[in-house]
Structure formats: C-alpha cells, structure tokens
Design a protein around this ligand. Structure first.
Ligand code: ADP
Length: 484
C-alpha cells in the first residue's frame, strides 16, 4: 500500500521494500500544538524479525556491489533529500518542533553525511604487510560487518538517521532502523527517498513502534544482527550494551553528555557569547552537545553576564513554523517537567533565576529562555542533562578549578573553551575528558569530523574516516607456499 501524509510523505513502516501497515497504530503529535499529525504502525518484535530476515537476505548482493555502484545510489539519495529540503524541513518542524531555519540546516547537515560516506567508501583500503617468512605474503581487506540495527532519538530526526544509514550502506551493510516514537515521520520520509534513489528492498528498513523495549530486545538478541548503533540516553545505552553481550555485537553508542563551556578571563567576549548562545539554545537546548554547564571565570564574569542577558532577551519563543522563531517547544510534557524540577532543585539549594524560569504563553510545551546563576557543581542541574533552554552558570577562579569542575562528571561527550591564550587553550583542551572540544567555537559537528564521546558518553565515532571503520571488519589474508 502507499500510505501518504498531506505532504506526500509516507506514514506506513518500511520492510523489504514494502510499505507495512498495522491494525495497531500510535499518533505522532506536533509539540507546538499537541495536535495529531498522523498515525503510524505500532509494529511488534515479530515485525522486527521480519525486517532482520529482509536485511539478512539483502546483505550478500548489496555487499558484493562495487563501492562505486553503492556510492552512485547514495549520491542520488542525497540529491533527492536536498531537492525536498523545504518539505522535509516543514515535516521536521511539525513533528520535532525546532524552528524552520534550524530544520533546513539539519536537512543539509543530514545530507552531508550521505555525500561524505558515498565518497569515503571508495577508499576502504586494506594494507599489505611486510612478511615474516619468505614463503608467505600478508594482506588485509575490509569487509562490511553485516546486518546492522540502529535505534535513533528524536532531536535530530533526519541527521541521526543519515549519519548511521549513510555510513552503513556505503560500507556494504544492510540496516534496520527503529526511529524514536516521537519522530517516525522524518525517518519514513528519508526511507522513501532512499527507495526512490534505488536502494534495493531489504537494504534499509524502518520499524516504527511504541514497544521500544520489545523491538530493542528482538534486534539485540538476533545473532544475524552484527552491529548495533544507538543514539540516546546513557540509561538505555547501558541496557542495549548488556543485551548485546550475548551475541558479542559490535557497538556504537552515542549517549548523554554534560558539556562544560568554559569562558576564561582572556576570552574574546563576543566569540564567547556567540558560542554560548549557539551551543546552549539551538533546538531549545535539546542536543547532547548543548552547553549544560557554563563556567565563567571571575575576571570576565560581570561583562559576560551582562552580554549574555542582552542576547537571551533577543531570543524569540514561538512555534517553529513562525519564520521569526528562534526557540520552539520542547518535545513533550516530561521534558518540561524535567526542566522545572531541575530549576526548583537549584533554587532550593541557593541558585538564582536571573531571567525566565517560567512556562511560555505559546503553549504547554514552551518554556522561556532562562539564565540561572550561583549554580554549584553538586546541584542536580550541574549533573543531569537539562535538555531545555536554560543557561546554568557556575563562577570559577582558576584554570585548575575549571578543569576539575569540568571533568567531575561520568559523561565525556563535548566541551567548549574560550580563551585567546594559545597555550592555555591547548593545555585545557588536552586536560578535558571529552571526545570533542570546541576551542573558541560553539558549533563544531560536521560530516568530516569524528563525533563521539568518552567515559559514559559512549563508544565509537560517527562521521569522518573513523565512522566508516565502525561498519567494517578487517580480514587478514595469509598467502603461503610461495617458492623462490
Ligand atoms: P530520550 O530520552 O532522548 O528519548 P532514549 O534513550 O529514551 O532518549 O530514547 C532514544 C531511543 O531509544 C528512542 O528511539 C527510544 O524509543 C529508544 N528506546 C528507549 N528505551 C529503549 C529500550 N529499552 N530498548 C531499546 N530502545 C529503547
């Protein structure tokens, strides 16, 4: 069948090149209005098994295609996505809430991974290795790992899919995606465009479900699934890590963060403010690399705070479809409750709300951009992901204090530092226990750079040359019996 939304994107799940419906469905809501956009199939673990069957069946032929042929299909997929930028951005804003300008940027960002991996897969080089014996020769080849499963979050509903699927398909793997129940429509839309671009049946499947735990178990229990790639909370990442142990799956885990953004006395104030605003308020503060703790040194503190307040006052809370919107709604009622409880806990422990701190009149899921000062490292707001438009400010005295505070977390995804002293910038960047450091930059993620965390922020890297390696195995070939 060919289920369509008004924007002509599908609302059915996608298995083995077929659009799959179900008697059981679940609604997808617009967070700005809380109105229903569409119903999508609530598939079961048995449906996930069918998707694995399809991906397993499709794997040998896809893996056997020369990289150049896979790349040609991926380039077509990217072109179709870019050609649909406006419709995809509208769909994303409708189901995720982010301002349209950000949604358009995400479409381009999402497409950039497909371009990168389409190019990179032609360079999946092995090695020749000098022999240890005259009768033998050694080489390594790279082969796709096999059937992969991806479990994705709602905050980047297209890019988190293309970053995984673009890479898997380029490497020669097939994949089953279980998108977030909050944003399945973007996943289905890009799957349709992949199909239109010539991705064969079974190579890319999308299983929509409310039973994330059941489908997660089906995907992790099956020995035919050789790799799991997950972006989401550390809590769920740990469950999937445990579940994957039985079949020794290869794992990429992009988990939670608690990013420090450190502003030293010798920072360029304008750059620090621009970086803090971009890192903090993009997607209403709902990214895993958002500055969760803004550490400001005593000597620049007053100037930084005055400038930050002036910039926050310019933010425009409104539904994402309003062209003037710079801060849209949060994703759901739980997100609003979390922000409120972190602020209540912080103020109960002596922090002060300088700006905002309240729900916003645009609707139940809107929250006013907020600045809270007097935050101490022991407060919940400094230890848990805020995932909302709240700048949480910690004042510090020395470089050593900043490093100590920044690293006092089990997470290690992103960090940011602002300083014009190159020695300090280098020293601090090396001392920070994170997978990524923005130095005088508040936004750094792109397709050519490795994205990922250390400590409990995850395993592996996405994007870049490293990203492709995550979907490849190295096979060693020893050729013996060579006579002189
Ligand atoms: P968030 O709080 O950002 O939504 P989650 O980790 O809860 O982060 O969700 C990320 C993805 O993980 C979503 O697709 C969600 O449906 C899925 N998920 C949640 N719980 C489980 C689970 N037990 N097993 C597999 N996937 C899960």
């Amino acid at each position: 069948m060919n289920a369509k939304t008004t924007s002509s994107f599908p609302t059915a799940a996608f298995i083995d090149g077929e659009w799959v419906t179900s008697n059981k469905t679940f609604p997808v809501l617009d967070p700005a209005t809380e109105k229903k956009l569409a119903d999508v199939p609530d598939l079961t673990p048995a449906d996930a098994q069918r998707a694995i069957d399809a991906a397993y069946k499709a794997f040998p032929a896809w893996a056997a295609k020369p990289a150049k042929e896979r790349a040609a299909i991926l380039h077509r997929w990217r072109e179709l996505i870019l050609a649909e930028t406006e419709a995809l951005a509208q769909l994303m804003t409708a189901e995720e809430g982010k301002p349209l300008a950000e949604a358009r940027k995400e479409v381009a960002y999402g497409a950039s991974f497909i371009e990168w991996f389409a190019e990179e897969c032609k360079r999946a080089y092995g090695h020749t290795i000098p022999t240890t014996g005259t009768s033998r020769r050694y080489i390594t080849i790279k082969q796709p790992i096999g059937v992969c499963a991806a479990i994705t979050p709602w905050n980047f509903p297209i890019a988190m899919i293309t970053r995984k699927v673009g890479c898997a398909l380029a490497a020669g793997c097939t994949i089953i995606v279980k998108p977030s129940e909050e944003t399945p429509l973007c996943a289905l839309a890009v799957a349709k465009l992949a199909h239109d671009a010539g991705v064969p049946p079974g190579v890319f499947n999308v299983v929509t479900t409310l039973d994330a735990a059941g489908v997660g178990k089906a995907l992790t229990a099956d020995p035919r699934v050789r790799k799991l790639t997950f972006t989401g909370s550390t809590e769920v990442g740990k469950i999937l890590y445990r579940q994957s142990a039985n079949t020794i799956k290869k794992l990429t885990l992009e988990l939670g963060g608690n990013a420090p953004l450190i502003v030293f006395d010798d920072a360029n104030l304008d750059r620090a403010i621009a970086g803090a605003m971009a890192s903090k308020f993009r997607n209403a503060g709902q990214t895993c690399v958002c500055a969760n703790r803004i550490l400001v040194q005593a000597g620049i503190y007053d100037r930084f705070m005055a400038a930050l307040k002036a910039e926050v006052a310019k933010l425009n809370v409104a539904p994402g479809r309003d062209p003037k919107s710079t801060v849209g709604p949060l994703i759901n009622a739980d997100a609003i409750a979390k922000v409120k409880s972190l602020l209540a806990d912080a103020t109960a422990h002596g922090a002060k709300i300088e700006v905002g701190g309240m729900p916003d009149a645009h609707g139940a899921l809107f929250f006013t951009p907020t600045i809270v000062t007097g935050v101490s490292p022991s407060m919940a707001i400094a230890n848990e992901e805020i995932f909302g438009p709240v700048a949480s400010i910690i004042r510090f005295e020395t470089e050593a204090d900043a490093i100590k505070i920044a690293n006092a977390t089990p997470y290690g995804l992103a960090a940011y530092l602002f300083s014009q002293d190159i020695s300090r910038a280098w020293r601090v960047a090396e001392a920070l226990e994170t997978g990524m450091v923005g130095i005088n930059e508040g936004l750094f993620s792109n397709e050519v750079a490795p994205f990922g965390g250390v400590k409990q922020s995850g395993l592996g890297r996405e994007g870049a040359q490293e990203g492709l390696e995550e979907y490849l195995e190295t096979k060693f070939l020893c050729l013996g019996g060579i006579t002189g």
